[in-house]
Design a protein around this ligand. Structure first.
Ligand code: SF4
Length: 230
């Protein structure tokens, strides 16, 4: 795998330091559109140490993703996140997790008693049929309201095969209604056979994204490295 950029400063709707750390491997690995769960190694801590050393705390907010869920970070990395957050006066930590971990989030958040801990879920869509088609591993009866009982943020996939304009707009509206943060990620073709709908991608970039560029809590990624990591 090519060398990844793992640290970025973000000055958008949610100013923060943003880290791409390495976990011990995604528990699921089956989402049809995903090939980034291959970011693993025998020693994730040695990958994560120099990234965490760059944290300045200047925004008070630290957002940590790994190619999987935060619960898959190793013990040493978690201890260093806690120490860094305390030393750098981080007041809010964001992490990502698959729905499979929804009933473990409280226990995980308790690892950081001095911070407010928030979670983002890669729901990708609230359309249960599409989620099944994309093999997302979130049962069809799990609604946006249910996800929002556990998670404060959500990631949506945009311009992916099987979507419609109406469905995308409905998903965005639902996300804005139920979550304090949502990221709208235009699908970028990768090593999987999953396809982008290029007509939808152009429509979204030209007609939808500009109108949402200052929407509170909405972040738009036309490319998956738009936030500076990856
Ligand atoms: S999208 Fe996330 S949960 Fe799904 S396979 Fe990739 S890393 Fe795992």
């Amino acid at each position: 795998m090519a060398e990844l950029v793992r640290y970025a400063k973000i000055n958008t709707v949610l100013p923060r330091e943003f880290l791409l750390l390495q976990g011990k491997g995604c528990i699921f690995k089956k989402c049809a559109f995903c090939d980034y769960h291959t970011d693993i190694s025998d020693d994730p801590f040695s990958v994560n140490l120099p990234v965490l050393e760059q944290v300045t705390g200047e925004f008070g907010v630290l957002d940590i993703i790994n190619s999987g869920s935060a619960m898959e970070l190793d013990e040493q990395t978690l201890a260093l996140i806690r120490q860094t957050a305390d030393q750098k006066q981080i007041h809010t930590l964001w992490f990502e997790a698959h729905w499979l971990y929804h009933d473990q989030l409280k226990e995980f958040a308790a690892l950081f008693p001095n911070q407010t801990v928030k979670f983002r879920c890669g729901a990708e869509t609230f359309d249960p049929q599409l989620r099944i088609a994309w093999n997302k591993g979130i049962p069809k009866e799990v609604t946006a309201e249910k996800i929002a009982e556990y998670f404060q943020g959500v990631c949506l996939l945009i311009a992916a095969e099987g979507q419609t304009k109406e469905g995308i707009l409905r998903d965005i509206e639902t996300a804005q209604k139920h979550f304090e943060y949502c990221s709208l990620n235009v699908f970028v073709p990768n090593s999987t056979p999953f396809r982008r709908d290029d007509v939808l991608a152009v429509w979204f970039a030209t007609e939808v994204a500009p109108a949402l560029s200052h929407a509170p809590g909405v972040e738009i990624l036309l490319n998956n490295t738009d936030l500076g990591v990856g």
